[in-house]
Design a protein around this ligand. Structure first.
Ligand code: MG
Length: 360
């Protein structure tokens, strides 16, 4: 078969000769022959398919290192390569959504500064909190907190007292945020607080080696004027009720959730999966925390629920939704949800925090 010069190959593939030289240096697409005297590069026409795939992936901005992964998979199986491209695109969309929220927030902040400053401080929250060890556990490893600006739920993991020590320490180290932070600083403050909490966990584990490994989930909301910061690690949850609709605003960091996201099992199958409690992320005092952080615009009439999996694992979304919509006071909702968990056997510790956003 006649080999193609780099120019002819570049034209046929829709890539520039300069790009081809770069891809050759990275081992992504190497010429089959380089003339030892002239240095001219030659490509096999059979390489065109791989080159066109590279060109296509570059067109929507995939980084070269990821293209290498896709191309290697594609050599073995087109379906597996397709899965990898879909996974990459899901990451792009998540990242884009987060960046959009950050940009929108900044635009809002800057616009407000020039319009009505008083408008931003007319909100406050009314809240209720409850935590219970449930019917089967000897200890309560959950910790829950609600204050004028901060709500938090943490579900400790570990044997014996380790879980409750962990969740209590993390919630305790977040409490200083309740005295208030500027809205432009919400995410930084939450991120720092989580690092501080993780350091505290390390100290707890070090101070009492008998505890063994400690760890905890953490889901917290922090208000500043009408801005709301959310920090989340693990499988405790945050829900928002707005305009009669309930949205889960956290994403479970669990093995089964990752299987559902990858399309390997259905949400129904996840509910009875033997490894449904397996966490992919938690605060453990050993590894670097990887919290999800996001900003929300808070509105009068919003209702928030934070809960541990002792509620969400045994009480249906529909029942949670009904309680959030139908009951007027936060403490009624909290009591109703704990009752529902008990009606379902309360096999785990259960915690609920409910807050209504009202005019101050
Ligand atoms: Mg739990």
């Amino acid at each position: 078969m006649e080999l193609l010069t780099i120019g002819a190959f570049a034209r046929a593939a829709g890539l520039s000769p300069k790009a081809l030289r770069l891809y050759a240096s990275l081992g992504l697409l190497a010429p089959v022959r380089v003339d030892p005297d002239s240095g001219y590069r030659f490509y096999d026409p059979a390489q065109l398919e791989r080159a066109r795939l590279v060109a296509w992936l570059r067109r929507f901005g995939m980084p070269l290192a990821r293209i290498q992964v896709v191309c290697d998979l594609w050599e073995r199986s087109q379906c597996v390569a397709a899965d990898e491209i879909a996974a990459y695109w899901a990451e792009v969309e998540t990242d884009l959504a987060n960046r959009r929220r950050l940009a929108t927030f900044l635009v809002d902040q800057l616009s407000r500064r020039e319009t009505d400053m008083s408008e931003t401080s007319r909100l406050r929250i009314r809240y209720a909190v409850a935590t219970d060890k449930g019917q089967l556990r000897d200890r309560n490893a959950d910790s829950a907190y609600a204050g004028p600006r901060l709500l938090a739920v943490a579900d400790g993991v570990g044997a014996g007292p380790a879980g409750e020590r962990a969740s209590a320490a993390v919630v305790e180290s977040l409490k200083p945020l309740d005295s208030g932070v500027p809205s432009g600083d919400l995410l930084n403050a939450l991120e720092h607080a989580v690092r501080r909490a993780n350091d505290t966990l390390r100290d707890v584990a070090a101070s009492d080696p008998a505890l063994g490994e400690v760890g905890t989930t953490l889901t917290a909301l922090l208000w500043s004027d009408s801005s709301l910061g959310l920090v989340h690690v693990g499988d405790s949850r945050a829900y928002l009720l707005r305009d009669q609709e309930v949205f889960q605003i956290t994403h479970d960091h669990t093995y089964v959730r990752s299987l559902v996201d990858a399309g390997r099992i259905t949400a129904e199958e996840a509910e009875s999966h033997p490894q449904r409690a397996l966490l992919l992320r938690a605060l453990d005092g050993r590894s670097e925390p990887q919290p999800d952080l996001s900003l929300w615009d808070s509105q009068v009439g919003d209702r928030h629920l934070l809960c541990s999996d002792g509620l969400s694992a045994v009480v249906s979304e529909a029942a949670i939704r009904d309680a959030m919509i139908l009951l007027s006071e936060p403490d009624q909702v909290v009591r109703r949800l704990i009752d529902l968990a008990f009606q379902a056997g309360a096999p785990d510790n259960v915690s609920c925090v409910v807050a209504d956003v009202v005019e101050s």
